[in-house]
Design a protein around this ligand. Structure first.
Ligand code: KIV
Length: 271
């Protein structure tokens, strides 16, 4: 008899069952080994290796500069840490748009070199050919509609999307297209709550929201934001579960003081 506790791994099928059973899905971003280990231990269902790494890890203003090689580096660090969670990896800007062959090559690199479980692409009808080609290779795809940060220069702002009827209708059509193509789940970012609820009701695949209200099948946040590491980002949809910026600052300042005063290391902290 094995003394190891069986871990029920989260798969795309488990997520589908969760939707059917009305169980909410939890998802958070992770970009490195140590954080991913804690996320997995906490029991998060999905870890997103988001291209938000471009902002929170690398300090870029947008998600556009991050490269496929950099995403593979982050994803492989996360994959080494996890036991249970499903890992979704963002295909970065420029690695899939307008060229389905390149999209497939990028997705295969994520799966082969990083050991990813699935990929996420931003957009609807305009990227359908890429979605279909990746799916045809047996790679699970998560869609992403609403505010799609890789298109920030087209939108011009990060404000709420699909407030007008025409854009809302287009979003619903795109969501249906992605489901029909075979996507296993969909992210909706920064749209009115009533629209999020409509999409979640009309689709059979799980719909996960970030700023899309409470009527969807699950929620995702950027871990650094919900931990309060970045205290300059305060959108309405963000709930902060800690203020790590202040707590880390205090810890670093205490260390610096102890080094300067000679208090660290003390007798029991040396050989
Ligand atoms: O890159 C990311 O963190 C994301 C989430 C905002 C959904 O795509």
């Amino acid at each position: 008899m094995s003394i190891h506790k069986e871990v029920k791994k989260i798969t795309t099928h488990v997520l589908q069952e969760m939707k059917q059973n009305n169980e909410k899905i939890s998802m958070l971003t992770g970009y490195d080994y140590s954080m991913a280990k804690i996320l997995d231990e906490a029991g998060v269902d999905i870890i997103l290796v988001g291209d938000s790494a471009s902002n929170v890890m690398a300090g870029h203003e947008t998600t556009l500069p991050i490269t496929l090689n950099e995403m593979i580096y982050h994803a492989s660090s996360v994959i080494r840490a996890i036991n249970r969670a499903l890992v979704v990896v963002d295909l970065p800007f420029g690695s899939y748009q307008g060229n389905s062959k390149e999209a497939l090559t990028s997705a295969i690199r994520i799966m082969k070199e990083a050991g990813g479980h699935s990929v996420k692409l931003e957009g609807g009808k305009e990227i359908l050919e890429s979605v279909n080609r990746i799916l045809s290779a047996g790679i699970p795809v998560m869609g992403h509609l609403g505010l799609t940060p890789q298109s920030i220069y087209k939108f011009g702002t990060y404000t709420v999307r699909a407030k007008e009827e025409e854009e809302a209708e287009r979003l619903v059509q795109d969501a249906k297209l992605l489901e029909e193509a075979g996507c296993f789940a969909l992210i909706l970012e920064k749209i009115p709550a009533h629209l999020g609820a409509i999409v979640a009701k009309e689709l059979t695949i799980p719909v996960i929201g970030i700023g899309a209200g409470n009527g969807v099948d699950g929620q995702v946040l950027v871990s650094h934001d919900m931990l309060g590491i970045n205290n300059e980002f305060n959108p309405r949809f963000l709930r902060k579960y800690d203020n790590l910026h202040d707590r880390m600052l205090t810890a670093f300042q205490s260390y610096i003081k102890d080094v300067r005063t000679g208090d660290f290391p003390n007798d029991s902290e040396q050989y």
